[in-house]
Design a protein around this ligand. Structure first.
Ligand SMILES: C[S@@+](CC[C@H](N)C(=O)[O-])C[C@H]1O[C@@H](n2cnc3c(N)ncnc32)[C@H](O)[C@@H]1O
Length: 275
């Protein structure tokens, strides 16, 4: 089943609008693009978003490891393939990238091809809440990073994860949580859940939580500081230009989330989950 057309169109328009700015924001000092679209995980050692996204990738890998030869995994909501390419480069696995947007899957495939790992990559367009293309008990691991805040029926998503994973297989899951969505300034297209709601979705699906961390302290404040620095010092865009407007919007989003984080109302939940 497809996502509602209006939801798909809204998500498509949002990423078309913000993607170039986020690519610049997550550029390394040497110019390398991360191809990740997420807030990153910021231990003390990280000085920019690229490093934070790579630290986050390492954290996700630590939850999934060990990944043996020919294990078949699925990245749900893969975006433009930054983690998929790096996972395929790091482990001798096969990976299916699944996303609502065909454009993201095309960019994922191109990025994997540029790095010579596309031979072990498959891409499938679809909706995470209805992953009909996968059989029951089919895959060895799954991961989903900062995508589920788009899903309006999260229980269906976790039920699908349960159905598709082999018994005993691992699912690494990470996303924003919010204890009071009424206080979120930009609500359109966002379906944040409270931490306890996430716990309930996971356990109601029949999945078990093996490990959990709230990395909110290593996300909101450092990302906000870096966004402000980037907009002031590094954003190569004249005031009033489209890019400068996107930067201003992103600064407002981060300011709102950081305020909610300081009030104990926003977190960033990372789970190692098992079927
Ligand atoms: C913030 S990006 C994260 C991308 C990637 N996980 C990363 O960390 O770089 C969210 C992604 O979720 C995808 N997405 C949104 N709703 C979806 C749905 N219902 N089913 C599948 N993917 C979806 C978007 O198209 C987008 O690529």
């Amino acid at each position: 089943m497809q996502a509602k057309p209006e939801d798909s169109a809204q998500i498509d328009n949002f990423y078309r609008w913000i993607r170039a700015y986020l690519a610049d924001l997550s550029r390394a000092d040497d110019g390398e693009l991360s191809h990740a679209i997420n807030f990153g995980y910021w231990p003390e050692s990280c000085s920019n978003l690229f490093e934070a996204q790579m630290a986050f990738f390492d954290l996700i890998c630590s939850l999934l490891a060990p990944l043996g030869e020919n294990a078949h995994g699925v990245e749900v909501g893969c975006g433009i393939g930054g983690y998929a390419m790096r996972l395929l480069r790091k482990y001798p696995v096969k990976l299916t990238c699944y996303d609502l947007l065909q454009e993201h899957l095309d960019l994922t495939r191109q990025y994997a091809r540029d790095h010579g790992v596309d031979g072990r990559l498959e891409t499938i367009q679809g909706n995470s809440m209805h992953m009909d293309t996968f059989a029951d008990d089919a895959v060895d691991f799954m991961y989903c990073v900062e995508s589920s805040f788009h899903y309006d029926e999260k229980q269906k998503f976790f039920d699908e994860v349960y159905r598709v994973l082999k018994p005993g297989a691992t699912f690494a899951y990470a996303d924003i949580s919010c204890e009071n969505t009424a206080k979120v300034a930009f609500k359109s297209g966002n379906h944040f859940s409270a931490k306890t709601e996430l716990d309930d979705y996971i356990t109601n699906a029949g999945l078990s939580i093996v490990e959990h961390r709230d990395i909110g302290p290593q996300v909101y404040e450092p990302l906000y500081r870096y966004t402000e620095y980037f907009n002031d010092e590094l954003l190569d865009a004249p005031a009033g230009s489209d890019k400068a407007k996107v930067g201003k919007y992103w600064d407002l989003v981060n300011s709102n989330y950081t305020k909610l984080y300081r009030q104990g109302l926003m977190g960033y939940q990372v789970y190692k989950i098992r079927k």
